[in-house]
Design a protein around this ligand. Sequence first.
Ligand code: AMP
Length: 398
Amino acid sequence: MIILVVNTGSSSLKYQLINMDDNSVLAKGLCERIGEDGHMNYKTDAGTVFDHDVPLPDHGVAMQLVINALTDPEHGVIADMNEIGAVGHRIVQGGYLFDKSEIITDEVEAGIEELCTIGPLHNPPALVGIRACKKVLPDTPGVVVFDTTFHRTMPDECKYYAIPWEYAEKYHVQRYGAHGTSHRYVSERCAELMGKDPKDLNIITCHLGNGSSITAVKGGKCYDTSMGLTPLEGLVMGTRCGSIDPTVVSFIYEQTGMPVKEITDMMTKKSGLLAVSEISGDVRDVCIAEAKGNHKAHVAREMLLRSVKRFIGAYIAELGQVDAIVFTAGIGENDAELREKVMDNFGFMGITIDKKKNDCRGKEVEITGKDSKVRVFIIPTNEELMIAKDTQALVEAM
Ligand code: AMP
């Protein structure tokens, strides 16, 4: 089966066409600046085929251009759009309504719509993407795969905040987590690499990118994760502050009169590495400045290391026993120094890494040191493949 995986943002549409016979990517790309001036990128095995400005007034037009590219007589990878067996959509917030991936029905769409209150930035564009796909591929089944469903297995002591129950009961204030598809993919892949059943393993998965989260996976299921009601909780990130004393919000409000929405915006888009370094939210830029002796860049880098160490340490304590630690996403896959410095702190527990093996970027590799008590891996994430697998399974069972 050939599956089209779609990830829709408010002004973007990322896509990948995957052949499930061998998990190969036939084509992929990105439509950007939808509703503005428009730009489309389309790549196949042959390289980049299209990368140009093109009017993209809405997501429907972008979707049609993607189908046109995929079926293009010269550069296409399929002869006809009917070769697409199903479309899998990435949905960020499945909230309290969805515990697993679902075939798209009117009821499922209504559920995603209801969850716009807790996923205001991501769920509305995802719905636009679903509707654009339906218009262009009316007879092709669609599936939604949620970033949050992997975290639905958290026990109540991890799922809820220690505030009065009425806020959870009336307003669904609870911890939903994020990056679940990535944590699921790398934890399952880690078990595969170890030749073991996920049920027999405790794994800590570190998804460290622009947005970062760490998850404690117990017996194949999420036990705890660092992101909460929104992807602001947890680690220090590129532009997000991560966990802070919540009264910082009311204190800033009282001192400055800044509206709460603006404070949230500041903590989401203008904080983290960017704010502390006053240079960039990108770790690479921060490291360059740190190497030149910039103190604020050094503090930003140390804050990032501290937060990764704290969550790994917390999850070792919560799980009581750990078999593997996995690093993934932009920073996790590429930042050898971070991996080494973080894991060095766990040396006293008998966890070691092999510096030579660790000196690599973006490769699937075990970096465990000699006689290490816990195995350590770099596993490049593949959320698209995970979405495609769920999509295929649900459509085949229809
Ligand atoms: P992601 O959100 O997974 O695409 O990760 C993007 C982030 O990964 C960037 O903002 C960088 O901070 C980080 N990154 C990418 N490449 C490297 C690298 N070679 N070394 C350190 N960090 C990197």
